[in-house]
Design a protein around this ligand. Sequence first.
Ligand SMILES: *[C@@H]1O[C@H](CO)[C@@H](O)[C@H](O)[C@H]1NC(C)=O
Ligand SMILES: *[C@@H]1O[C@H](CO)[C@@H](O)[C@H](O)[C@H]1NC(C)=O
Ligand SMILES: *[C@@H]1O[C@H](CO)[C@@H](O)[C@H](O)[C@H]1NC(C)=O
Ligand SMILES: *[C@@H]1O[C@H](CO)[C@@H](O)[C@H](O)[C@H]1NC(C)=O
Ligand SMILES: *[C@@H]1O[C@H](CO)[C@@H](O)[C@H](O)[C@H]1NC(C)=O
Ligand SMILES: *[C@@H]1O[C@H](CO)[C@@H](O)[C@H](O)[C@H]1NC(C)=O
Ligand SMILES: *[C@@H]1O[C@H](CO)[C@@H](O)[C@H](O)[C@H]1NC(C)=O
Ligand SMILES: *[C@@H]1O[C@H](CO)[C@@H](O)[C@H](O)[C@H]1NC(C)=O
Ligand SMILES: *[C@@H]1O[C@H](CO)[C@@H](O)[C@H](O)[C@H]1NC(C)=O
Length: 585
Amino acid sequence: MLALLLSACLASTFVLADGQLAQNPIIPGWNPDPAPIRVNDTYYLATSSFEFFPGVPLYTSKDLVNWELFTNVLSRPEQLQLYGTPTTGGAWAPSLSYSSGTFYLTSMTRWTYDPVAHVWPRVSWVTSTDLITWSDPIWGEPWGIDPQIFSDPVTGKNYLNLMAPNNNEDRLWGIWQCEVDVASGLCIGEYRSLWNGTLPVTPDARPEGPKMFLKNGTYHLLIAEGGTDLLHRASIARSQSPEGPWESAPNNPILYNGAPDNGNLTIQSTGHGTMIDTPDGDWYIVYLARRNVNGSSPLGRETFISNVEWQDNGWPVINYGRPVLLSEPVEGLPTKIRPSSKTYDFSTTDLAAQGWYTLRTLYTPIYSVARMSDLTAYSPSSSGALLLHPNVFTLSDRDVPAAILRKQTSLNMSFTATTLPIPENLPRGAALGISAYLSELVHHDIGIGYCRNTTTNASSSMCVYTCLARNGTEEYNEHPFEPPATAMRSVDLVIRAEPLQYKLGFRYPDVDGQNSGDIKWLTEFPSSWMAWAPEGWFVFSGAMFALFASSQGRPWGAGSGDVGFSTVEEEFYEERLGDYDEDGR
Ligand SMILES: *[C@@H]1O[C@H](CO)[C@@H](O)[C@H](O)[C@H]1NC(C)=O
Ligand SMILES: *[C@@H]1O[C@H](CO)[C@@H](O)[C@H](O)[C@H]1NC(C)=O
Ligand SMILES: *[C@@H]1O[C@H](CO)[C@@H](O)[C@H](O)[C@H]1NC(C)=O
Ligand SMILES: *[C@@H]1O[C@H](CO)[C@@H](O)[C@H](O)[C@H]1NC(C)=O
Ligand SMILES: *[C@@H]1O[C@H](CO)[C@@H](O)[C@H](O)[C@H]1NC(C)=O
Ligand SMILES: *[C@@H]1O[C@H](CO)[C@@H](O)[C@H](O)[C@H]1NC(C)=O
Ligand SMILES: *[C@@H]1O[C@H](CO)[C@@H](O)[C@H](O)[C@H]1NC(C)=O
Ligand SMILES: *[C@@H]1O[C@H](CO)[C@@H](O)[C@H](O)[C@H]1NC(C)=O
Ligand SMILES: *[C@@H]1O[C@H](CO)[C@@H](O)[C@H](O)[C@H]1NC(C)=O
């Protein structure tokens, strides 16, 4: 161990053998606020889901490195009401705990993010005995964010820990606590200020994400501080009682990759962690961080892991006290298995189980899955089809457009969706397409609709169009839709995502599966737009790919033909990112 430690300290970058992959991020694509729990030899981990439905994905793993989606916890409208929820509102910061045969998943919803509306974040929890079926929410009495239920194994008392303001006027946030009745959500007894963290108590300090745990008779309180952006960090305190008083660790912050010393590292915004032990007694911290590429992070905050060692003085040290480098293997963990491609052929009806989400809670169905053999006029090799049921809303509306979305999980990948044959009688104004989507404020679409430019054809010809919607502006371009007979009016729409730029293009597939044409690229844009928030807003999620259809303000109407997609293919390429993000500085 000592030899390894020394050589690791001397090396500034790590050279991985051919085929060997760094483990981090362990869950790529936006997955902030990771909350793991171990059940015997199996790990489960929940992350924030914001305005997407179903909410709070729960991943599972046997080795802490390779994770797959297990279920989505908030899967019924009764559990998560996202109506008119803007980007970054919705379901935040879950915690998982277990007590006497019951799992608790605490979380927070904020319906909107506008202080003028006087709508505050509400904390709640759902319970389960099998991690699959979850109860309706029980609403906690205090208001705040990042709730955790800590069940003290010594006394059997349940505590609700959360980040909350000292009062409604000053808004000085800190970690607060009450003993809680988990059945009613009401506080029992004193509501106490637990710890304000290590930074000066100002509205910017934002001590948050309390994760209390008991280790060898000592209670530990791990928190995040410094705000969600580049000053984000993790600090810890300990006590002989879950009610305090708390002693701050001498080596705080115990995890921090930021300026002044490490602001040029690719991994930034490290924090909001949970410590977890393995059946063998090894300790790790699972936390969120960004991969900064040229100063921007299009995939948002992903889930990372580092090892933890407990010193003789009882305090933990993360990653040997060094900043975390992207290429650095994590001691004691296996290598990561990454796919080279994935195909979705809509042969299953449970799209949520495959990581597809809708925007907000559905009022009416917006899609269905059909068997290709049930559709007329088309018989490609694909076995299923996604039928979108377009409504009046678009990706720019804070409503439920007919769209399903999935997270972008690599900084170097392509996303290709093959449409069903485009009906000859699309309603006026209708569109079917795919999008590199960040929020209702920023999305980059490529689709099929009627040509807007009537100079060449005043009647009803269709175009492949691109529309870059961002910062309140729209940049629109179009190209005639002229599929060869062999394409049977279907088209492949393509997003090529690279660390620094995205490209939108199309090609006509040959439905016999032979010789698809070359991709015609129509437009490109810098990836920094996938990490951009207007003044006064935030980016808490990250890049997604959407499949959408819309009749853009008017009812779709009967008899307009089926619109949708037959297959989606993702291809993943190598991600050669350095440990340092020098370009952006
Ligand atoms: C964990 O292991 C114990 C002992 O083998 C067993 O009784 C228990 O059911 C397991 N828990 C779960 C959730 O699998
Ligand atoms: C945290 O700060 C608030 C606001 O200044 C204060 O009221 C509270 O007593 C502090 N809590 C602790 C544990 O120091
Ligand atoms: C647990 O705590 C006791 C008392 O503080 C200490 O003597 C012992 O060394 C600790 N054990 C471990 C494994 O840290
Ligand atoms: C990163 O920044 C630190 C502190 O400013 C500096 O010492 C170091 O040389 C930089 N490293 C690289 C690779 O730019
Ligand atoms: C419309 O099409 C004509 C003929 O192809 C072209 O000259 C013109 O620039 C186009 N206008 C726009 C706004 O794209
Ligand atoms: C105009 O559009 C119609 C309907 O798509 C098509 O039949 C016709 O050939 C087009 N005319 C020209 C000049 O492009
Ligand atoms: C966004 O729009 C605002 C208002 O028009 C403008 O001041 C700002 O520069 C724009 N930002 C970007 C990145 O284009
Ligand atoms: C992305 O993948 C392409 C195709 O394999 C490769 O040429 C390129 O170097 C990769 N970019 C990065 C940053 O790894
Ligand atoms: C990287 O960032 C620098 C500084 O903002 C900028 O000048 C440069 O154009 C960016 N490079 C790319 C490829 O976007």
